[in-house]
Design a protein around this ligand. Structure first.
Ligand SMILES: *Cc1c(COP(=O)(O)O)cnc(C)c1O
Length: 422
C-alpha cells in the first residue's frame, strides 16, 4: 500500500507493493527511478510496436505540436486526419473505404457496434443481435464488457450488460463445432454482426485459432447478411506476422477496429474502418440517419501525425523483416519447452508467444499471476501472466539477448514453482 492518490487500472492496491516510478523509456526498455533497465516484454500492455520513443514518431509529434492542439472534428477537418485516413485505407486490404476516429480500443469497438446496428436500422431491416467468441475481450466500457467474456471482472456490472450470443472457442479439432453453431444462430436472420478478435484472443488467454476458421466465419456471415467486425486492436500492426491478422485469412471484414499500435504506441488514437454500404446507410437527407457518435478528442491532430509517422516507418524501414526475425526467435525459444511437463499449450502467432504453466490452480484470481509478476519484476522483466498463462509480446526492436533472457527467467520461474516457491 502507498499513500498515493492514484487509482491504478486492474490493480488491487491492498495487495500490490509500492510502485517504482518510470523516468524514461528507451527501445524495448523502461528505466526506473533507480536507473534500472526493465525489459518491456509486453510492449506496455501491447501498444508499443517498433520500440519506445521511435525517433521518427517523436519528431512527428514535436513538429505537429508546433501547429496544432485539439481541433473540433465536426464542421472542420485537418491535414493529419485526412492523410491518415487515406493511408489507412491504402494499407487495409479489401473494400474498407471510410475511417471514423476515436481515442481507444474500447471506443473503436463501441463505434463498430453502433455502425452495425445503424446500418440495419437505416436500411429498414432492424437486426440487433451481436454474436461473439467465447473468451473474447473487447474493452472495459459497458458495451464492450457486454460483448466480452463474463467473469470476475464484470460480476458487479452484470445488471447493466446486454445479452450477446456466444460461440464456443474454435480450439484444435473444435473448429467445425464453432462454424456450425454460428451458421445455425445466423439462420434466425437476427444477427447483425459477428464481433471477433482476429486469430488471437488476447486478454482471454492468448488463445490462437486458425486463419481458415476466420475465413469460414466470414463466408457464413456473408451468406446470412451478417456483418463481420474484426477487432484488431491488439492483433493489428504486425503482432501476428502480417500488418493485420485478417490478411492471413484472405478475407476482408466489413468493419475493422484498430488502436493500440496505430501510433506505434506513442499516443492514444483509434480508428474504425467501414465498407461503403455501411457508410452509405448513414448517408441521407434525413438527419435522423446521421451517425450519432463522437468523443471530444476525436482525431487529435498530434496523435494522427504520430500515426502517419508509423505508416511511414512501415514504408521506409524493414518492419516486416524485424517481425519475421522476432517471430523466428520466439519459435526457437519456445522449442526448449516442447515436451517439458512443466508447461502446456505452447503456442505462437507471429511475434506473440504463449505457454501455460502446468499447475493445478487456475484462473485469473489465483495468486499465481501476482507471484509470477513479482518473480519477473525482481529480474527486471515486465511480464504480466494472465493467471497461469505466460506470454511474451515485446516491441519489434527487442534484441535476441534480451528475449533469450526473458525465456531463461520463464525457465527459472517454472522450476521455482515446481518446487513450491517462490
Ligand atoms: C486492449 C483491447 C481493447 C480495448 O482497448 P483500450 O484501448 O484498452 O480501450 C479492445 N479489444 C482488444 C482485442 C484489446 O486487446
Amino acid at each position: 500500500m502507498s499513500n498515493s492518490p492514484v487509482w491504478h487500472p486492474f490493480t488491487q492496491h491492498a495487495l500490490e507493493p509500492a510502485m517504482k516510478r518510470i523516468v524514461r523509456t528507451e527501445g524495448a526498455c523502461l528505466v526506473d527511478e533507480d536507473g534500472a533497465r526493465i525489459l518491456d516484454a509486453i510492449s506496455s500492455w501491447w501498444v508499443i510496436t517498433h520500440g519506445h520513443r521511435h525517433p521518427a514518431i517523436m519528431e512527428a509529434i514535436r513538429r505537429a505540436s508546433e501547429t496544432y492542439d485539439q481541433i473540433i472534428f465536426a464542421e472542420y477537418t485537418h491535414e493529419p486526419a485526412e492523410e491518415l485516413a487515406k493511408g489507412l485505407i491504402e494499407v487495409a486490404p479489401g473494400g474498407l473505404e471510410h475511417v471514423f476516429y476515436s481515442d481507444s480500443g474500447s471506443t473503436a469497438v463501441e463505434v463498430a457496434l453502433k455502425m452495425a446496428l445503424g446500418y440495419f436500422h437505416n436500411t429498414g431491416r432492424p437486426r440487433s443481435r451481436i454474436c461473439v467468441l467465447e473468451h473474447g475481450y473487447h474493452g472495459d466500457t459497458i458495451g464492450t464488457m457486454s460483448a466480452g467474456e463474463r467473469g470476475v471482472f464484470n460480476t458487479a456490472y452484470e445488471p447493466l450488460l446486454f445479452a450477446v450470443d456466444r460461440l464456443p472457442f474454435p480450439g484444435p479439432g473444435r473448429e467445425q463445432h464453432t462454424l456450425d453453431a454460428f451458421d445455425s444462430l445466423c439462420a434466425s436472420g437476427e444477427v447483425a454482426a459477428l464481433l471477433v478478435e482476429a486469430l488471437v484472443l488476447g486478454a482471454g488467454g492468448m488463445k490462437v485459432y486458425p486463419a481458415a476458421t476466420l475465413a469460414e466465419l466470414k463466408r457464413i456471415a456473408e451468406r446470412h447478411g451478417t456483418l463481420l467486425i474484426a477487432d484488431e486492436v491488439m492483433t493489428g500492426w504486425g503482432r501476428t506476422g502480417t500488418r493485420f491478422a485478417y490478411e492471413q485469412a484472405g478475407i476482408a471484414p466489413d468493419i475493422l477496429c484498430t488502436s493500440k499500435g496505430l501510433t506505434g504506441g506513442a499516443l492514444p488514437l483509434a480508428a474504425t474502418l467501414s465498407t461503403a454500404p455501411i457508410f452509405d446507410a448513414h448517408l441521407s437527407r434525413d438527419r435522423r440517419r446521421t451517425f450519432f457518435h463522437s468523443s471530444s478528442y476525436t482525431a487529435n491532430p498530434i496523435a494522427c501525425a504520430a500515426a502517419l509517422a508509423n505508416l511511414d516507418i512501415w514504408k521506409t524501414e524493414p518492419v516486416a523483416d524485424r517481425i519475421a526475425a522476432l517471430a523466428s526467435r520466439q519459435r526457437q525459444n519456445l522449442k526448449r519447452f516442447e515436451a517439458d511437463p512443466r508447461f502446456r499449450d505452447i503456442r505462437q502467432s507471429g511475434t506473440i508467444a504463449a505457454l501455460d504453466l502446468n499447475v493445478p490452480t487456475q484462473g485469473y484470481l489465483s495468486d499465481i499471476g501476482p507471484r509470477l509478476r513479482a518473480f519477473f519484476r525482481n529480474r527486471k522483466l515486465l511480464i504480466r501472466p494472465l493467471g497461469n498463462v505466460i506470454y511474451l509480446m515485446p516491441p519489434y526492436c527487442v534484441t535476441e539477448a534480451d528475449l533469450d533472457r526473458a525465456y531463461d527467467a520463464i525457465d527459472e520461474a517454472a522450476s521455482a514453482f515446481a518446487m513450491g516457491q517462490p
